[in-house]
Design a protein around this ligand. Structure first.
Ligand SMILES: Cc1ncc(COP(=O)(O)O)c(C=O)c1O
Length: 406
């Protein structure tokens, strides 16, 4: 893969006709080491966020992966032989359960209903060495992206499922997901209190508590407290939970490990007032800039001498003919930006490369590695890049209030 000192160096050297993903493996390693060193338990990487970084995460010392499909399982098995995988999708096809268990040696399976438990037991021929994780439904109210609508069980049905799973499992786990991009440590506190109530109600003894993903990254519209605050909060509640001394604590971060480790360099094809028509959009790598209205950090890749000092708010249109290919932002950029300028859009290491489509014939396939730091970092990684002085987007909007909060 081509390597460049910085996104700016790449844009100057190649003047790319198509969007280019600029990957920062060093940032993934820093994030991975942070979790290994600071989370008081076991960390799994949620592969769905960006399978490209699987070997990078492994090289940093993390060899346990949360996988959601047979394709992800094959990918991890090929790239990290001997890695442990946990099949944490609560609804799996019968064939994928069979292949996961017999072909790939997977023993960890999540579920949120009795029919799925029956499937797992049937397809593993009544195996006695299963680690079963019952996914509980918890509040997602402190997240930017709720995942509450689809999976999870609670109340008496959860108690019945926990008791049945306890009898069938070698190890019994409880897992949950409090939503992605959690903005408050109390999201975990409240979810773990809900779990504690459910454990008391059902009277089961659990071996593993998996607090899921949700650890935040940093965006101009969403600037969370330090990750250490989240870990401290989890640790404090875990101490009070009705679980045995030997109960393990797991987490499955995705976004927090990789989001800041990739940027996309796009080109302005046309300017109409404060709207920039760029060569990537919501059907490409910028899905979450559309309806979810994520505001990513941006900087124009011009030398400081060519920039006007004034910053202005812009919205983006993507390259397809669909009106939904619109990203309201606002994205702060120099007032004199125009056709032909390159923009670095940061924070795209998670849920971007995986969501690309080929709609209208646009597909962002060019990847390079860069050595400069991310535009914004949760880990204090410095941006050692010559454009920093002129950078528009290290400025933070104070808009981290969540819907419904006052
Ligand atoms: C089961 C599971 N674990 C972990 C994650 C990763 O979540 P995040 O990227 O918010 O850390 C997801 C995301 O959908 C998930 O479904």
């Amino acid at each position: 893969m081509p390597q460049f000192r910085s996104t700016y160096a790449m844009a100057c050297a190649t003047q790319p006709e198509f969007p280019v993903y600029c990957l920062r493996p060093a940032a993934v390693k820093t994030a991975t080491r942070w979790f290994i060193d600071n989370f008081p338990g076991r960390t799994l990487f949620a592969v769905k966020t960006n399978p490209y970084f699987v070997p990078t995460v492994a090289a940093a010392g993390l060899r346990h992966f949360d996988v959601a499909s047979i394709a992800e399982i094959e990918d991890v098995a090929r790239q990290v032989p001997g890695a442990r995988m946990s099949f944490m999708h609560p609804v799996k096809s019968r064939l994928s359960i069979r292949r996961a268990y017999f072909e790939f040696g997977i023993r960890d399976f999540s579920l949120d209903c009795e029919a799925e438990l029956d499937k797992i037991l049937e397809e593993t021929q009544g195996a006695r060495d299963l680690n079963l994780f019952v996914r509980l439904k918890v509040s997602n109210r402190h997240s930017c992206m709720s995942l509450a609508g689809k999976f999870g069980i609670s109340g008496d049905p959860a108690s019945r499922l926990l008791l049945r799973a306890r009898q069938a499992a070698d190890e019994l786990g409880i897992c949950f997901h409090a939503g992605s991009q959690l903005m408050r440590p109390k999201a975990y506190v409240e979810a773990m209190e809900e779990v504690a109530n459910q454990i008391r109600r059902s009277g089961v003894i659990i071996d593993i508590l998996d607090v899921g993903g949700g650890f935040p990254s940093i965006y101009p519209h969403s600037s969370p407290p330090p990750l250490a605050d989240f870990v401290d909060a989890i640790n404090a509640v875990f101490e009070t939970m009705p679980v045995s001394e030997t109960c393990e604590l797991w987490c499955e971060p995705g976004r927090a490990l990789v989001a800041e480790a990739a940027s996309l360099v796009v080109r302005v094809e046309l300017r109409k007032g404060n709207a920039l028509y760029i060569n990537d959009g919501v059907f490409g790598g910028l899905f979450d800039a559309g309806q979810p209205q994520f505001i990513y950090p941006t900087q124009v890749l011009k030398s400081p001498a060519q920039l006007s000092g004034n910053l202005q708010e812009f919205s983006f249109f993507g390259p397809t003919c669909d009106s939904a290919d619109y990203m309201p932002g606002p994205f702060l950029l120099p007032a004199n930006i125009d056709e032909g300028d390159y923009i670095e859009i940061g924070g795209l290491g998670a849920y971007s490369m995986q969501l690309r489509t080929e709609f209208n014939g646009f597909y962002q396939k060019d990847l390079v590695e860069v050595e400069d730091g991310p535009l914004l970092s949760m880990y204090g990684i410095a941006r050692t890049e010559e454009l920093v002085a002129a950078n528009s987007t290290l400025q933070q909007w104070d808009q981290d209030q969540l819907p419904g909060e006052s």
